[in-house]
Design a protein around this ligand. Structure first.
Ligand code: ATP
Ligand code: MG
Length: 407
């Protein structure tokens, strides 16, 4: 009996496995979760942070630190590494040192922050039910008992401040409540205007020290990519110019290492999936389209339902006539709301939502008249219609509209 014929699926998997050996030597180093031990071009930030935190090794309380810089400039990576090193050092010298790292996109209420802090020093708190003051007291007492130096990292701290400025105030004042232990706060943000919006009392205590992460230049991004590429790929897989192109794009996007690394990863995955033997500039260009598309879909998907309804109204309006105005959008929007049983917001609120969509770059809204009915604007979708449709179709309430005839 001969060999069983291979199914298409087998062939796909075979091709994938062959390609893996052809292109990637170690694809993990390109994963968004991988952080190399050495971060090129960040020695000086490493040093700045280490110098401020060093007093912890002698039992002193380091100053609170405010770190800012645009996205993808290594703030999170550097901070985590310095703290891990500091902890290692403290342990080898039998010094009491603890730290908590939290991302305030998820840990965004004073309750969550305190619960996380408690968990990190090993005390259990019930998920809900306790009053904030009670948890605060619990944490304070437990920390004091440990007689330790504690560093709390609040990454994306602007998210926490927006929802609960009080927790930031409480944390930055905590030392005056502690008797044996000491706590330092590191707040990180990529929102360049955040500092101005801070309550002056919090600003002065949070930013006792400041570290600014400047955008990477194209040359620096080149080195960062070259370091990864050397481990990730077999020899001579990358066509000349691929790394340069990925770094140039990252440099244009506010010196963003994440964007450059994403491009290199997606480009090489595209090459692999295609069964190609090299990664070329063409793959990078295609990867750029894929990434941009994904960002648009991500932004649209995360819009609140009312904003999505407005977006749907714009989408449907554009399908019907060449030029649509705020008035047209409102009419369609009201119909949509009736049909899917959403509250109908006032024209003013819908105007605000239209402005928000404009600010996000999803539409353009140009003032055309200031008649009796207030300002009217001409509206255009600036993102591909296909993606808008795709996102609305994945919303179980709004998707129904596409099946209805009466609109
Ligand atoms: N100097 C560097 N060397 C190598 N990789 C780096 C370097 N800087 C950043 N990276 C990588 O780039 C990505 C983004 O870095 P990181 O998450 O630290 O940025 P960030 O400044 O915290 O951005 P955000 O403000 O969006 O949170 C990570 O995958 C990180 O490993
Ligand atoms: Mg970060």
């Amino acid at each position: 009996m001969g060999e069983k014929p291979k199914s298409n699926i087998d062939e796909i998997f075979d091709r994938y496995l062959d390609a893996e050996t052809k292109i990637f030597r170690n694809r993990d180093v390109l994963s968004p979760h991988y952080v190399p031990d050495i971060l090129p071009h960040r020695d000086n930030k490493f040093e700045e942070l280490a110098k401020i935190l060093a007093p912890a090794l002698r039992g002193g309380a380091p100053s609170n630190i405010f770190i800012y810089g645009t996205t993808g400039t290594g703030k999170t990576a550097v901070t985590k590494q310095v703290l891990a090193k500091l902890k290692e050092r403290a342990e080898s010298r039998d010094l009491a040192f603890k730290y908590s790292y939290m991302n305030c996109q998820h840990v965004d209420t004073k309750y969550r922050v305190l619960t996380q802090l408690c968990e990190d020093i090993g005390i259990d708190v019930p998920f809900t039910g306790l009053h904030f003051d009670v948890i605060y007291q619990k944490f304070k007492e437990a920390l004091d008992e440990l007689d330790t130096m504690h560093v709390t990292v609040l990454d994306e701290v602007d998210m926490l401040y927006r929802k609960s400025s009080e927790s930031l105030y409480v944390l930055t004042r905590m030392n005056s409540d502690l008797e044996n232990s000491k706590i330092s706060i590191i707040g990180i943000t990529n929102d360049v205007n955040f500092k101005e919006t801070l309550d002056p009392r919090i600003r002065s205590s949070l930013s006792e020290e400041e570290i600014v992460f400047s955008p990477y230049t194209a040359e620096q991004l080149n080195d960062i990519l070259a370091q990864r590429a050397e481990v990730a790929f077999h020899k001579n897989i990358l066509e000349f110019g691929v790394i340069n192109l990925c770094s140039a794009v990252g440099a244009q996007q506010h010196g963003d290492a994440r964007r450059s690394l994403d491009l290199l990863r997606v480009a090489s995955e595209l090459a692999e999936r295609n069964g190609d033997e090299n990664v070329t500039e063409l793959h990078v260009r295609k990867a750029q389209q894929v990434i941009e598309r994904n960002t648009v879909v991500e932004v649209l998907t995360s819009l609140p339902i009312q904003t999505k309804a407005v977006l749907q109204a714009i989408f449907m309006g554009e399908g019907k006539s060449e030029e649509i105005t705020t008035g047209d959008v409102y009419k369609i929007y009201s119909k949509i709301c009736k049909l899917v049983r959403l509250d109908i917001l006032t024209t003013r609120r819908v105007g605000d939502l239209i402005n928000e969509l404009d600010m996000l770059g999803i539409i353009t809204a140009q003032v055309i008249s200031k008649g009796r009915g207030g300002r009217s604007k001409r509206i255009h979708l600036t993102v591909p219609h296909k993606q808008v449709r795709e996102v609305i179709e994945s919303d179980f309430r709004l998707s129904k509209i596409f099946e209805m005839k009466e609109i």
